[in-house]
Every structure is written in C-alpha cells, then in structure tokens.
Design a protein around this ligand. Structure first.
Ligand SMILES: Cc1cc2nc3c(=O)[nH]c(=O)nc-3n(C[C@H](O)[C@H](O)[C@H](O)COP(=O)(O)OP(=O)(O)OC[C@H]3O[C@@H](n4cnc5c(N)ncnc54)[C@H](O)[C@@H]3O)c2cc1C
Length: 409
C-alpha cells in the first residue's frame, strides 16, 4: 500500500500541471497514469494563451524553454470560414505574455510528454505510469484507491484528473452529462494540405452541416495538419449523423476544401473522443477530493478548448491542496474554495460562451455577421477583441448586437 498526502489520477495537462505546482509549493505527491509516456491524446492540438499564462505562473523559464521546442508551431490568429465559405481572418491579440506567440499548435504526444519530462525531473513527484485506477473507497482519513494491477494507494486528498471518460466524474463527483453538452470530436492527421495563412492561423470552418459545431484545420510542423470535426451528441443521435462520413464528404466535395486537399494524404487513423462541455456551475469537489480538467467538465462550449482550463484547474487544485494540508481540513465545505477559485477565474468567460451557440446555429445569421465584419473594420476589431476581452465577448450573446448587424448599424 502506497501512502500519500496527495494523489493525482491522470497525467494529462490538468494532472501534470497540478503535480508541478505541488512540487513548487514543496508538497510531495503521487501522480498515476494508466498509460506509459509518450502517449497520444485525441485532440485538435491547439494550445491557447491560457496554457501559456499558467505555465508562466508556474515557472517562467519552463515557458521560455517550451517555446524553443521544435515540435511547437506558433500561431498568430484565427481564420473563420462562414457557411457561405466567406473567409474572415482575425489576428490574436497578445497583450498577456510579451514576446511569446499568442498560441501554439503541437501534437499532444509531444506536448504532454514535454510536461511529463518536467515532472520526471522533480524528486517530490512519484510518477506511476501504466497504473490504472479502477475504484475507490472512502477511508477514515482520506480515500483508498485500487488499481487494476492490485496496487493500492491511500491518500488524504485525491485529485481526479483522468479525462473526459472518467467514471469518477459521476461518483464521487456529481456530474451527470446531458448529451447536449457532450460533444463527439474526430481527429485525423493529414500531410500536404495547401492554402494556410502565412502566420499559421488556426482554421474553424463553420459549415452548414456542422453548426453550431465546426470542422477545423490546424497546421502543424513538418507539413502536417490536424483535421477534425465536433458536434454535440444530441444532434448526432437525433439526426442520425455519421460524423466520419460527413467529414470525409465535406473534404471530398466542397470545392474550396477539395482544392486544398487535392495533393493531401491521410497519415493517421480517424479517431474519436468525448468533449464534456461546460454546462453551468457545478460542485467539483467534496470530502477529500477534487475533480480537475475534463473530469470537471470545463471545456469551452463554443471553441471546444479544454487544455487551458485543464491547466487552470490543475493549478488551483494544487493551491487548495496546500490550503487543506496547512489547515488540516479536507472537508467538502473547506474544499469549496477550489470551486470558487475556478469560477472566479473562468466562470464569466464560460458563461458567455455557453450562450453563443444559440446564435451561431443559424447559417444565415452567421453569414451575415461575417459579411458585415468583412466590410467593417470596427466590427472586425471588436471580434478580435472579443477573443481576449470578456466585456466585448459578452456583447456576442446580446440579441441587440445581431439586430444591429442585420439592419446595418
Ligand atoms: C477531438 C478533440 C479535439 C480537441 N481539440 C482541442 C484543442 O485544439 N485545444 C484544446 O485546448 N482542447 C482541445 N480538446 C480538449 C482537450 O483535449 C482536453 O480538454 C484536455 O486534454 C483535458 O486535459 P485533462 O488533463 O483533463 O485530460 P486528458 O488530457 O484526457 O488526460 C487524462 C489522463 O488520464 C489518464 N487516465 C484515464 N483514466 C485513468 C485511470 N482510470 N487511471 C489512471 N489514469 C487514467 C489518461 O491516460 C490520460 O493521460 C479536444 C478534445 C477532443 C476530443
């Protein structure tokens, strides 16, 4: 039996960043993952500014070192393709982190392994790879975890950060996902796609068939690109959509995509995975435990971005662990501060995002917005600002904005 003060289940961005913060605070921990690294994670591979902000809070030299890694492609903006195929390019603002590109794209196998290598440098982190936690029982002074290989870990505090399919989301967590807030995402690697923006913009193609979801094309290093689609499971089952067929149909049939994929070749399998979208504030902690990352259902409901929020929750889980250890209080009531920390940092942003799909699901409205933005420098600037400024983004879920756009104000 392993005895631990803090045990983290899952060494994705949420778990590994949590372990690195604990190490910074001088708190030893056990970090368990069922996989052996390097391991892949089905993802769009887009690394947003939030991840970089949190790594800077962790340790600026790590961020500087990460930015020099050859597997990262810097990205300076976002390309939005409307249902009528009009293209709107919006640069990212980069006022948070000077001299560091605003975003990156990296295969997860490389990015996650980079973080794990940092974890392996730390003596206070006991990393157990290839160990799958199957169940838990509440113990007198904490939680007892049981692995499929018979290994047992007794920990005063457990952080469940084992991703989107975690059964711990429901128990001991209390999160039951409605299909409307559970997205299925497909991902495949291609080489030889042409027509990218010269500053490596990430591309979101809001095609009629996928609204309010989208098809993405994210450029990677070495002439590769990550291509995928995401759609909520309620729509998939209601309309009996075969997502894989529909994605391949779009690539093969829509003229501008067909042209860009003319000399492209698929270099991986098409793989699918779940995205638990944020669907309102929920309790994500309890006696002796916290949920983090996808297990806490923190994915942005418009962009599908989850890595940044996983990083934020990893950091705050470590902050709460320090508080609990210092105060010898692991009760649900005390743990509530973790929920509050996360909500204070990203709750407003998530709340706004959760309202936007109801507007962008209409192709005609989407087309109109993009057409107007193409003809209005002010609207383009507002949309660019909306990516970083919450007060501006709030306006995107105000029906008055759409009314004004419609009547050309
Ligand atoms: C198709 C798709 C595209 C996406 N695109 C993007 C994107 O471009 N940008 C973005 O920011 N987000 C994207 N996301 C979301 C992003 O992948 C997740 O939000 C992010 O990986 C969450 O990190 P995490 O640490 O919570 O979980 P994960 O990264 O899933 O890590 C969980 C870890 O737990 C381990 N584990 C699982 N079960 C157990 C167990 N029982 N015992 C021990 N270990 C276990 C796993 O091996 C894994 O290493 C996408 C998701 C999908 C599905």
């Amino acid at each position: 039996m392993i005895q631990s003060d803090v045990c983290i289940i899952g060494a994705g961005p949420a778990g590994s960043i949590c372990a690195l913060f604990l190490d910074k605070f001088g708190i030893p921990c056990t970090l368990v993952d069922k996989s052996k690294f390097p391991r892949d994670k089905i993802c769009g591979d887009g690394i947003s500014g939030w991840v970089l902000t949190i790594l800077k809070e962790l340790d600026p030299p790590i961020l500087e070192d990460l930015c020099k890694q050859p597997f990262l492609l810097p990205s300076y903006g976002i390309r939005i393709v409307a249902p009528n195929y009009n293209i709107l390019d919006l640069p990212f603002f980069n006022d948070q982190i000077n001299e560091i590109p605003p975003g990156f794209i990296s295969k997860r196998i490389d990015f996650d392994n980079y973080l794990i290598n940092k974890v392996k440098e730390k003596r206070q982190i006991q990393l157990l790879e290839g160990v799958e936690i199957a169940s838990y029982v509440k113990a007198d002074e904490g939680i007892e975890l049981r692995a499929t290989n018979g290994e047992m870990i007794n920990s005063r505090l457990v952080i469940f950060a084992n991703g989107a399919n975690s059964k711990f989301m429901k128990d001991p967590g209390q999160i039951n996902k409605d299909k409307k807030f559970l997205m299925t995402g497909l991902k495949v690697y291609y080489e030889g796609i042409t027509g990218f923006h010269d500053k490596n913009y990430v591309e979101l193609h809001f095609l009629k068939d996928f609204l309010p979801g989208y098809l993405w094309i994210f450029p990677l290093t070495n002439g590769l690109a990550n291509v995928g689609v995401g759609l909520d499971q309620k729509k998939i089952s209601k309309k009996k959509i075969n997502l894989k067929e529909r994605m391949l149909w779009a690539i093969d049939s829509i003229p501008y995509l067909k042209d860009r994929f003319k000399n492209a070749r698929m270099v991986s399998k098409i793989q699918a995975y779940n995205l638990p979208l944020w669907d309102g504030r929920r309790k994500i902690s309890g006696d002796h435990f916290m949920l983090a990352g996808d297990t806490a259902s923190l994915i942005d409901p418009v962009t599908g971005e989850g890595m940044g929020h996983a990083a934020i929750s990893g950091m705050y889980a470590a902050v709460q662990a320090r508080r609990s250890i210092e105060n010898k209080d692991f009760s649900s009531g005390f743990m509530q501060q973790y929920d509050n920390d996360i909500f204070n940092r990203i709750g407003k942003e998530l709340k706004i995002s959760s309202k936007i799909p109801q507007f962008i699901k209409y192709p005609w409205l989407f087309n109109l917005m993009v057409n107007r933005a193409l003809n209005s420098k002010i609207l383009r600037e507002k949309l660019t600002l909306a990516m970083t400024d919450l007060e501006v983004r709030k306006k995107l879920n105000d029906p008055k904005l759409y009314l004004k756009v419609m009547i050309g104000l």
